[in-house]
Design a protein around this ligand. Structure first.
Ligand code: 5GP
Length: 216
């Protein structure tokens, strides 16, 4: 029988996995579970001018910064994208994302449609995988926002009207999931991630891998 040598497995380019949804669609829970169950993906921690909610930790949930500090990050070209949401500013620090991608790690972004559009307009567009998470219906969304107990009725009604706006951007995403069951939704997220990791364009050493396999 012919002896075949085994070529080294090809290296992979990291991907940028964006999850957007109206608030209350369960995205935070899904992204926490994804991070806990997959050690190949790193969460991009955003900078924001919004004050911390109870239980939120600086550097883990967000980098909580002043409006002046945020403006300085923009001036220093340290943000990949940024947007104003509910009157507060949010942005993605560039450095950690570039370091993770270069190391072949995937990065998870919990950003809104404005940020997703900006990433789509950069050189990074080919690394992007855009997932939009819909709630099963708007009544359920409102119930979840009340259940969270962290926001005032005024804030909740603002979030409901912004939810309609956010949902209207579903057509700008590659995958649309309806989160009526978190376990099923998470399975779908893993399926997307698994397939996207196998895309030919992300497998950097594929040509030399196949050449070595064929002995060329
Ligand atoms: P929250 O204040 O509820 O944590 O987030 C409000 C909204 O801001 C969410 O839709 C979230 O996805 C979005 N967001 C959080 N960080 C960023 C960011 O860095 N960039 C953009 N464009 N949106 C963000």
């Amino acid at each position: 029988m012919t002896q075949f040598s085994r070529p080294a497995a090809p290296a992979r380019r990291g991907l940028m996995f964006v999850m957007s949804s109206p608030s209350g669609a369960g995205k935070t829970t899904l992204s926490r579970r994804l991070m806990a169950e997959d050690d190949g993906i790193t969460l991009s921690v955003s900078a924001t001018t919004r004050p911390p909610r109870p239980g939120e930790v600086d550097g883990r949930d967000y980098y909580f910064v002043s409006p002046e500090q945020f403006q300085q990050l923009i001036a220093d070209d340290q943000l990949l994208e940024w947007a104003t949401v509910f009157g507060n500013r949010y942005g993605t620090p560039r450095g950690p994302v570039e370091a993770a991608l270069q190391a072949g790690r995937d990065v998870l972004f919990d950003i809104d449609w404005q940020g997703t559009q900006q990433l789509q307009q950069t050189d990074a567009a080919s690394d992007l995988v855009r997932v939009f998470i819909l709630p099963p219906d708007l009544a359920e969304l409102e119930r979840r926002l009340h259940g969270r107990g962290t926001d005032s009725p005024d804030v909740i009604s603002g979030r409901m009207s912004r939810a309609r706006d956010e949902i209207s951007h579903w057509g700008e995403y590659d995958y649309i999931l309806v989160n009526d069951d978190a376990d099923a939704c998470l399975d779908e997220i893993f399926a997307i991630l698994k397939a996207e990791r196998l895309r030919r364009k992300r497998q950097l050493g594929l040509a030399s891998f196949v050449r070595a396999m064929l002995g060329d």
